[in-house]
Design a protein around this ligand. Structure first.
Ligand code: SF4
Ligand code: SF4
Length: 233
C-alpha cells in the first residue's frame, strides 16, 4: 500500500514539527495520531540542510506506515526557483518505495528538465538542419552519429560515421539521459554545461558508479541505463 502525503505551500502549521527537529520527537506520543505534520522552511535550504531534511524524511518513513497521512507545510516556496521545485521532486521521490519506480521517476524528471532547457532556450540553434557546432560541416543530425563500431571508434580505418540508430523522425527514440547531458564545445563556449553535481536529483540519489553510468552511457536507451543503475544500486 502506498503512503499518503500532502504538500501545503507557503503555510506554516503552528502545531507541526519542524523537520530539522526530528531527533527531539517523542515518537510514542505520536502513535495515536492519524496525521503527521511537518514544517519545512526553504529560506535557508543549502546542500547540508537538504541532506539533513532527506535523512529526516527517510527516518519518518522507516518508522511509520500507511496508517498515517503525512502533511508537509513548506514555507518560503518560490515557484520560479529551480532549487525549490527540485526539493518538491525530492519529497515525491522519497515516497516512492520501489527502487525501480524511483529511478524511473528521477530519470524522467531530469530528462524533462533537460529537454525543456534545450528547446525553450534554443541551445543548439538548429537552422536548416544544421546545429551551431556543425554549421560548416556535413552533419544534418547534430551530434546524433557515431562510428559504425562504437568500441573501436576512431581507430577503425574503414569505420564510417553513421547516424545513430535511435534517431527517428529527427527525434531521439532512446530517451538517452547521457546524450541529453552532453554539451559540445559550441555550447561550452557559450557557458552551457550540465553537471551531475548541479542536478540535485542525480547528485543526491545516485552513488559515484551510478553517476559514471549516467554520464557516459551515450547512444543507449533508457531501459538499458536503468538496468545498469539497478545493478549498481
Ligand atoms: S550538442 Fe552541440 S553538436 Fe550536439 S546538436 Fe547541440 S550544438 Fe550540435
Ligand atoms: S541516443 Fe543519443 S545519439 Fe542517438 S538519437 Fe538519441 S540523443 Fe541522438
Amino acid at each position: 500500500m502506498s503512503l499518503k502525503y500532502n504538500i501545503v505551500y507557503n503555510k506554516c502549521n503552528q502545531s507541526a514539527i519542524s523537520i530539522l527537529d526530528i531527533n527531539k520527537v517523542n515518537w510514542k506520543e505520536l502513535q495515536e495520531e492519524k496525521y503527521l505534520n511537518f514544517n519545512i522552511d526553504l529560506m535557508d535550504m543549502n546542500k547540508k540542510n537538504l541532506r539533513k531534511v532527506i535523512k529526516a524524511i527517510e527516518k519518518i518513513l522507516k518508522k511509520y506506515t500507511s496508517k498515517y497521512e503525512y502533511n508537509f507545510y513548506i514555507s518560503n516556496f518560490n515557484e520560479n526557483n529551480q532549487n525549490h521545485k527540485d526539493f518538491i521532486k525530492i519529497i515525491e521521490t522519497l515516497f516512492l518505495k520501489d527502487i525501480r519506480d524511483r529511478y524511473n521517476f528521477i530519470y524522467d524528471e531530469v530528462c524533462k528538465f533537460l529537454d525543456n532547457e534545450f528547446i525553450s532556450k534554443d541551445l543548439c540553434q538548429f537552422r536548416n538542419n544544421k546545429c551551431g557546432e556543425k554549421e560548416n560541416l556535413s552533419s544534418e543530425v547534430g551530434c546524433c552519429r557515431h562510428y559504425k563500431n562504437k568500441l573501436i571508434g576512431p581507430i577503425g580505418l574503414k569505420n564510417p560515421l553513421i547516424v545513430c540508430e535511435y534517431l527517428k523522425n529527427k527525434r531521439c527514440s532512446a530517451k538517452c539521459i547521457s546524450c541529453k547531458l552532453y554539451t559540445c564545445d559550441y555550447l561550452r563556449r557559450k557557458g552551457i554545461q550540465f553537471k551531475i553535481k548541479n542536478i540535485v536529483l542525480l547528485d543526491i540519489f545516485f552513488n559515484p558508479i551510478q553517476k559514471f553510468i549516467i554520464k557516459y552511457s551515450v547512444f543507449t536507451p533508457k531501459e538499458e541505463i536503468i538496468r545498469k543503475l539497478l545493478l549498481f544500486k
